[in-house]
Write a protein that binds this ligand. Structure first.
Ligand code: NAG
Ligand code: NAG
Ligand code: NAG
Length: 350
């Protein structure tokens, strides 16, 4: 739709200018219009450099004060745009048989809910709302040696991204509790051979997440649907304690639009920003850990890409530094808290 709007903008202006000016001037006018259009399509915004961001974070230090006005404002904005309470997952209530689910990661592709898929959906939002203290844990290398595990485990609701390892060796830094974990269908393909062969490894790997919710964007990209459904059946057939929730493509699309209007120009948001949006909509207090898309830490020491490995993602897909700037903005206003350094040892603790 915006593409068509843009086209109309171009041609109407062109016509207007061409009619009003003499031929000699019209070339200049056309040039001006082109420049205007260029700025319309690619607005001039300068992202601070990594160094500037690090300096800014250092300047702010550990100072943080909760701002209830900001928290209430964002909960209101998000419920108006995206209705996370009702819409974050595909449910029997919001997606009855016959409902058309438009894939948010495809140009023009949909799935019409039928008896088979309907039976896989939960009845309605299963979360006990409101959630109190939420921890959204990204997988950034900054978490390594952070000793934030205890802080994270003290939250009432812990969200994690993309089936991260949370074995003993990481517990001190990332904690052990999980209430909701996202799983990208691509990880089912890569790590678990699309579940076409033995499923035991998958079932065993999921046990560390206890009885949490596993949140999969099954209806976002066409190749992701089958692996997601297979993951559902695998869990169901093994009487797993996990509950599968399919991300609602309508929710993902509206959240994407929301951040776009706030200056995040990613082609597709990262899972992390989706989870932060969900948390801002559902929780009374939000703290993020492990969100730090830069290659050096606050002491200028190199950090790995993830706390468990150093494999880089496809470069142009996400706009991580842009997303971080948004988070930092929310941190400064007291709407959520971004932890990037080490977590302080607890009073009276060991
Ligand atoms: C609290 O949040 C509101 C809404 O975002 C903002 O206008 C205000 O400046 C914030 N207050 C402080 C002290 O940052
Ligand atoms: C779907 O299920 C409903 C109720 O169980 C049944 O009435 C209907 O005939 C089914 N439709 C198809 C196409 O199987
Ligand atoms: C599910 O939870 C129960 C109780 O905590 C536990 O005994 C059981 O082994 C768990 N099942 C699986 C498949 O992890």
């Amino acid at each position: 739709m915006s593409g068509r709007g843009r086209q109309r903008f171009t041609s109407e202006n062109m016509l207007m200018f061409l009619r009003c000016y003499r031929a000699k001037l019209s070339a200049w006018a056309a040039l001006c219009v082109l420049v205007l259009c260029w700025f319309y399509v690619f607005p001039v915004y300068r992202l601070p450099s990594d160094k500037e961001i690090v300096e800014e974070v250092l300047r702010q230090g550990e100072d943080w004060q909760k701002n209830q006005t900001g928290i209430d404002l964002y909960r209101k904005l998000l419920s108006e745009c995206c209705d996370p309470k009702r819409m974050f997952a595909v449910t029997k209530e919001n997606s009855p048989v016959g409902k058309v689910l438009w894939y948010d990661g495809e140009f023009y592709y949909s799935h019409t809910v039928n008896n088979n898929t309907y039976s896989l959906f939960v009845q309605e939002n299963p979360l006990q709302l409101p959630l109190k203290k939420c921890a959204v844990v990204g997988n950034g290398g900054i978490l390594r040696h952070s000793k934030c595990g205890r802080d994270i485990d003290q939250a009432d609701f812990v969200m994690r991204c993309n089936l991260p390892p949370i074995s003993k060796e990481y517990a001190e830094d990332v904690g052990t509790k999980t209430h909701l974990v996202t799983a990208n269908p691509s990880i089912i393909e890569k790590r678990f051979q699309s579940l076409l062969w033995s499923r035991k490894y998958f079932v065993d790997s999921m046990k560390v997440y206890g009885s949490s919710y596993i949140y999969m964007p099954a209806f976002s990209m066409r190749p992701g649907t089958d692996p997601s459904l297979r993951a559902y059946y695998t869990l169901a057939d093994s009487s797993s304690n996990l509950t599968m929730l399919f991300a609602n493509p309508e929710f993902l699309r509206t959240v994407g639009k929301f951040w776009k209007s706030h200056g995040v120009h990613a082609r597709r948001l990262s899972t992390g920003l989706f989870l932060v949006s969900l948390a801002l909509g559902l929780c009374e207090e939000v703290t993020t850990y492990g969100f730090w898309p830069f290659s050096v830490d606050l002491d200028q020491r190199p950090v790995s890409h993830h706390y468990y490995d150093n494999i880089l993602p496809y470069k142009w897909f996400h706009a991580m530094p842009e997303e971080f700037v948004q988070l930092w903005h929310l941190h400064k206003s007291g709407t959520l808290r971004v932890r990037v350094g080490r977590c302080a040892p607890q009073e009276g603790g060991s």
